[in-house]
Design a protein around this ligand. Structure first.
Ligand SMILES: *Cc1c(COP(=O)(O)O)cnc(C)c1O
Length: 390
């Protein structure tokens, strides 16, 4: 009996490994065209995968309308593709608002989900026709009341970020007493709160966080009703993970649990989510090149032409990554670093062939989100060029 359990979990583990290996192979295949005539780092984005991810998300939770979190990757072609796939959008700044205007979407469907907005950006949004604004402090309610008194507000509640690789709790999200003062301020300023949102943190692998969020939204809906408002929006936020190790729950599993919990939410309430990483992440593979090798006190160092400043900030912070070379053979640990002269431009130890050479091309998978958009050309090293491939 014990042996059978062990065998089946071993089998599951090897299936996960196979899944990741296949996925990695596919990502290298779609970016292979960027290797010939290499001129600098490239983020290859697969159009097919972007469309696929949008469809997967929608079929995993049919009641939930996806609003792509523009900050994950604001490239105009990516926005166009998600728009064609029927996704809506979530923004956090005037520049992201402008991207929506350029895209030509109906601005009433765009949600302004940054809890702290400058007065100037609220004016821009109000003028453009944005209806929905998030709040999680009384101060923000007052700020919006002065600029757009007929705004539709949704309140962001705090929720556990346990099990998220990139937690967002603490900076945003109102506690129970915070929610109460947001509600009181809204009443005082004659503003209406009819929605609830939360954010479980990015790359969240703990399904329970969304379930807890939905449950606390239900009790906040009751508070809103008690204040004389009619709840109409539940916004599940972002955080849906990319498969880096195969241990992450799939979008189908997450969707199943969320859909089940949503059965307790009245049909009169529209449900949306704000996936960023999930929609774009696995559609992007970074193609980069080795610029130098070094041995320093027994440690083998490998320097790439892009690094912490060039889009690999999350790797530097210990995020999962799959780094692959075309070279084969015996592998060993390399300390990886970017090309700049800054000592923070180092991103951990990774396994690669021991016979790596300068000018070898290296692939880093799952970088379609938060790579180029977080990159700058510090020290004169160009940010990876985004190239759309099939
Ligand atoms: C960043 C962010 C998202 C997207 O998060 P992902 O982890 O990329 O899915 C969604 N909503 C808000 C308010 C955000 O700040």
């Amino acid at each position: 009996m014990d042996l059978a359990i062990e065998n089946s979990s071993l089998e599951a583990a090897s299936q996960q490994r196979l899944l990741i290996e296949n996925d990695t192979r596919e990502q290298i295949a779609f970016s292979a065209g960027c290797v010939q005539g290499y001129e600098g780092p490239v983020l290859a984005m697969s159009e097919r995968r972007l469309r696929d991810n949008a469809q997967k998300f929608k079929s995993a939770m049919p009641r939930v309308r996806p609003h792509f979190a523009v900050k994950a990757n604001p490239d105009a072609d990516i926005l166009r593709i998600f728009n064609e796939e029927g996704c809506c959008f979530e923004i956090a700044s005037s520049a992201e608002l402008q991207a929506m205007i350029d895209l030509g979407v109906d601005l009433e469907t765009v949600f302004y989900s940054n809890p702290i907005k400058s007065p100037a950006s609220i004016r821009d949004a109000a003028e453009a026709g944005i209806q929905w604004y998030v709040v999680d402090t009384p101060e923000e309610v007052i700020k919006i009341a002065a600029i757009k008194p007929d705004a539709k507000l949704y309140v962001r509640t705090e929720v556990s970020n346990e099990g998220s690789l990139w937690p967002l709790a603490g900076k945003f999200g109102a506690s129970a007493s915070g929610i109460q003062s947001v509600i009181e301020t809204a009443k005082e300023y004659d503003m209406e709160i009819t929605g609830v949102t939360f954010h479980v943190g990015s790359q969240c692998t703990n399904i329970k966080n969304w379930i807890d969020g939905i449950q606390s939204a239900k009790s906040i809906f009751a508070q809103l009703e008690a204040s004389g408002w009619t709840p109409e929006l539940l916004n599940l936020g972002g955080g849906y993970p990319v498969q880096f190790t195969g241990d992450e729950p799939s979008i189908a599993e997450i969707g199943e649990a969320i859909s089940k919990e949503l059965e307790t939410i009245p049909q009169s309430i529209q449900v949306m989510a704000e996936p960023g990483r999930f929609l774009a992440g696995s559609a992007g593979c970074l193609v980069t090149q080795v610029v130098g090798l070094a041995t320093r006190d027994e440690k083998r160092w490998l320097y790439l032409d892009t690094g912490t400043y060039g889009g690999l900030m999350e790797l530097a912070d210990g995020f999962h990554s799959n780094i692959i070379s075309q070279r084969t053979g015996e592998t060993g640990m390399w300390t990886m670093a970017g090309p700049t002269c800054d000592s923070i431009d180092v991103f951990g130890e990774h396994r690669l062939p021991t016979n790596m050479e300068v000018e070898d091309v290296v692939f880093i998978t799952n970088l379609g989100a938060y790579c180029t958009t977080c990159a700058c050309d510090f020290n004169g090293f160009p940010v990876p060029k985004l190239v759309m491939v099939d």
